[in-house]
Design a protein around this ligand. Structure first.
Ligand code: G3I
Length: 322
């Protein structure tokens, strides 16, 4: 039967993809599914391109962690989403601990973004230039970049990315921006609108879509929010989809999970500007969820024994009914 990337492409999307990480690539059965381009047409490293890995010491660059997944994608002829250039979390400790002047942090930020984006120049379909820069109430997150540079750090990062890799689509990526709320309004005003006013290139909004079984936003909420970004000239993508459930798995929560996956993928199907869907890994044992949310898990499309969740078939249905 038809598989996820096959169906997504038949429906006019660019890809159906997944996140993955170096530690998972020792499992043969996992890698076989990961590398099957009928299933996944796009990869993204879940950790290997983050600041702590890329520039562990000021001015010292190391691309080896990220290259494992990006080279695998190249070998498999899969598209790449690249993640991420600027984020308050998983930063190298020196960024938060040094005492910065505006001039010095501006230089360090430009150097980081330029070196990383140049390293993968021409290989990334899209870069998450900036990740999770907003609070739930829509205000800017008060991280080191904001404290030293104010919101201008956002413009600095996008300008440097555009100069370093002119053909990559430049994205803002965040969670809880998939439905109408203060945060999604702020994406429009304080990220996309602000950059457009300043004449800075931004091409897309990434909706992470880390959801909870039974409390996923409705399909209509997801569609209208995607369209609100599309109306500003943005493309959109579902970038980190997973739907966690409270253990144990039951027939009921797995059935609801299937509906939840189906409504997110279905929303993307309804919006022309939604270019693709990426799940934040596809195999329960390697999902980030149980490490962070006690009592929750089973958030992906494949069980530990590599059989498929009912949600896999919910996704198939959504990809078929476009
Ligand atoms: O590298 C160390 C390793 O040396 C150590 O032995 C091991 C022991 O726990 O930890 C390893 O670091 C872990 C790292 O992933 C690399 O595997 C961290 O503990 C762990 O916290 C970290 O989690 C990542 C998380 O981001 C951090 O916030 C997840 O794998 C990654 O999937 C997750 O991805 C984020 C996106 O980037 C942004 N959106 C949310 C999403 C989920 O949190």
């Amino acid at each position: 039967s038809a598989q996820l990337n096959q169906l997504a492409k038949a429906a006019g999307k660019l890809y159906f993809g997944t996140a993955t990480d170096n530690g998972e690539l020792g499992n043969e059965q996992y890698v076989k599914i990961l590398s099957d381009t009928k299933e996944f047409g796009q990869l993204v490293p879940s950790n290997g391109q983050k600041w702590f890995a890329i520039e562990p010491e000021l001015g010292v660059f190391n691309f080896t962690y990220g290259e494992v997944v990006t080279k695998l994608a190249k070998k498999n002829k899969q598209m790449l989403r690249c993640h991420n250039l600027v984020w308050h979390s998983q930063l190298a400790p020196w960024v938060d601990s040094l005492t910065w002047s505006k001039k010095n942090l501006t230089e360090a930020l430009i150097r980081h973004v330029t070196a990383e984006a140049k390293h993968w120049k021409g290989q990334c379909y899209a870069w998450d230039v900036l990740n999770e820069a907003l609070n739930e109430d829509g205000t800017y997150r008060n991280d080191t970049f904001l404290q030293v540079l104010g919101p201008s750090y956002i413009e600095i990062a996008f300008r440097a990315a555009a100069a370093a890799d002119p053909h990559a689509k430049l994205y803002y990526n965040d969670y809880n921006i998939e439905s109408p709320n203060a945060k999604s309004a702020s994406v429009r005003k304080n990220i996309v609108g602000m950059l457009q006013k300043a004449g800075v290139k931004i091409d897309g909004v990434g909706l992470q879509s880390h959801f909870i079984v039974g409390s996923t936003p409705t399909i209509d909420e997801q569609i209208s929010t995607m369209r609100s970004y599309e109306k500003m000239g943005m493309e959109v993508a579902i970038t980190e989809l997973d739907v966690r459930l409270e253990e144990p798995e039951t027939a009921a929560n797995l059935a609801q999970q299937s509906l939840d996956y189906k409504s997110s993928v279905g929303a993307c199907m309804q919006v022309d500007g939604c270019v693709g869907i990426t799940v934040w890994d596809f195999w329960d044992p390697v999902s980030w969820v149980p490490d962070v949310f006690t009592g929750f898990g089973s958030a992906t499309l494949y069980f530990a024994n590599f059989t498929k969740h009912p949600a896999y078939y919910g996704v198939v249905e959504a990809l078929k009914n476009n």
